[in-house]
Design a protein around this ligand. Sequence first.
Ligand SMILES: *[C@@H]1O[C@H](CO)[C@@H](O)[C@H](O)[C@H]1NC(C)=O
Ligand SMILES: *[C@@H]1O[C@H](CO)[C@@H](O)[C@H](O)[C@H]1NC(C)=O
Ligand SMILES: *[C@@H]1O[C@H](CO)[C@@H](O)[C@H](O)[C@H]1NC(C)=O
Ligand SMILES: *[C@@H]1O[C@H](CO)[C@@H](O)[C@H](O)[C@H]1NC(C)=O
Ligand SMILES: *[C@@H]1O[C@H](CO)[C@@H](O)[C@H](O)[C@H]1NC(C)=O
Ligand SMILES: *[C@@H]1O[C@H](CO)[C@@H](O)[C@H](O)[C@H]1NC(C)=O
Ligand SMILES: *[C@@H]1O[C@H](CO)[C@@H](O)[C@H](O)[C@H]1NC(C)=O
Ligand SMILES: *[C@@H]1O[C@H](CO)[C@@H](O)[C@H](O)[C@H]1NC(C)=O
Length: 380
Amino acid sequence: MIHELFLLLSAAVQPSLAFPKLTGKDPLGLRAFTHIWPRHSATSNLATNSNGSDFLWLPQDEYSGPSFFDNFTFFTDSDPTSGTVHYVNQTLAFANGLAFFNETDGTVGMKGDDTTWLPEGQNRSSVRITSNPQYNTGLFILDLNRAPWGCGVWPAFWTLGGGQWPFTGEIDIILMHDNEHNQVTWHTGPGCTLLQEANYTGTVVGTNCDGNIPGNAGCGITEWSVASYGPVFDEQGGGVFAMKWDETGIAVWSFYRSAVPNDITIGSPDPANWGIPVASLAPEACDPLTNFVNHSIVFDITFCGDWAGNSYATSGCPGSCSTRLMDPTNFVNASWSINSLKVYKKQTITSTVSSAIALRVSVLWFSVSVLGSLVMYLSW
Ligand SMILES: *[C@@H]1O[C@H](CO)[C@@H](O)[C@H](O)[C@H]1NC(C)=O
Ligand SMILES: *[C@@H]1O[C@H](CO)[C@@H](O)[C@H](O)[C@H]1NC(C)=O
Ligand SMILES: *[C@@H]1O[C@H](CO)[C@@H](O)[C@H](O)[C@H]1NC(C)=O
Ligand SMILES: *[C@@H]1O[C@H](CO)[C@@H](O)[C@H](O)[C@H]1NC(C)=O
Ligand SMILES: *[C@@H]1O[C@H](CO)[C@@H](O)[C@H](O)[C@H]1NC(C)=O
Ligand SMILES: *[C@@H]1O[C@H](CO)[C@@H](O)[C@H](O)[C@H]1NC(C)=O
Ligand SMILES: *[C@@H]1O[C@H](CO)[C@@H](O)[C@H](O)[C@H]1NC(C)=O
Ligand SMILES: *[C@@H]1O[C@H](CO)[C@@H](O)[C@H](O)[C@H]1NC(C)=O
């Protein structure tokens, strides 16, 4: 019982330590205060594993505010997807405003160059960043105001395995399908299949996940909603994309701003409350623990290339992709605006805890929160 109490306590105390970042536009530290405050409900997202043990999703890493880019590396090689793009280094990205922290509204931005006229065929500058931390399972929650879109623009928010591609897997969480629908896609080594009978609301566009197959389509699911991506998504203030990866599979949910579940907002997420996911890869036909290993988080914006270039003619876009690329005004919407990216870690609690203990811990947690917040508030 002492052991259980300790586990729950450490589970409860951890969140206040895990997301300690304060942002520049919040001189009183009030955001941190309100951020921590509601977490007295951290015990409310207790969920149960298939073997009967309980678990919580606890904060592990947060990427947001002025330190957002500290844990990312700027990718500067030529684009593996053959985009007509020049991925610039961090110095150049910051100098040219292609990556920035906006002090006015606290958001993080990344964008393609939308000011330079280019001769036909020349690469347009843009950014691609990779997280230094690598993950093996987790709950990844991206809060966005807008995602890049436009003719010839091919952005993605994805995770990529650390070993030899595709054997350590790739999970494309946000990948433009057209300018309206998001597509979730998995790429793996041989032997992975997307089951059609699993629960998701999207439409299957491929079931063999093997990235070695010529064309490398992977297995994917497009969202049904026209607001899952592009102008309509941006117009309603964006929203939240969540990707859950654990031994029970990999699933993606997307929420418009107005429909973001409260458990996400208060930092105590529980996917069990979110309904049927947009897309999911069931574990029966694709082991999520062996096919996906050491994943970094990646954001990028490329142009034309393997997807946007090849699908250009059929996408209703004017002219050709290479002429489209010359005019910077075509790229005014090719930008990410990010509020935060939070990664949660599954914390199993070894035995069932009685509700009496949970309540007591909840009260204790509440006190610890208030104290912690006060200390942070005063020391700020
Ligand atoms: C129950 O399952 C979880 C998730 O797979 C695992 O972490 C935990 O160790 C298991 N507990 C027991 C008692 O087997
Ligand atoms: C991110 O970088 C900061 C330094 O800016 C470091 O203190 C922190 O531990 C890093 N976080 C992770 C998850 O690597
Ligand atoms: C443009 O980018 C491609 C890779 O996407 C690279 O192979 C090529 O050398 C670049 N061209 C110039 C002029 O930098
Ligand atoms: C960044 O890229 C620019 C242009 O290619 C180059 O001149 C500069 O040395 C690079 N800076 C770093 C820190 O790599
Ligand atoms: C920063 O945020 C303010 C307020 O939302 C906005 O008006 C401004 O355009 C933003 N700056 C950049 C570079 O995005
Ligand atoms: C994953 O990372 C660990 C630690 O860096 C390493 O030992 C292991 O070989 C990596 N696995 C693969 C499949 O790359
Ligand atoms: C789909 O979800 C329903 C309700 O959550 C559940 O009863 C059913 O078993 C699920 N089907 C599959 C194939 O996972
Ligand atoms: C950018 O977005 C605005 C608002 O949706 C739209 O009116 C405009 O046509 C877009 N421009 C480009 C080049 O996509």
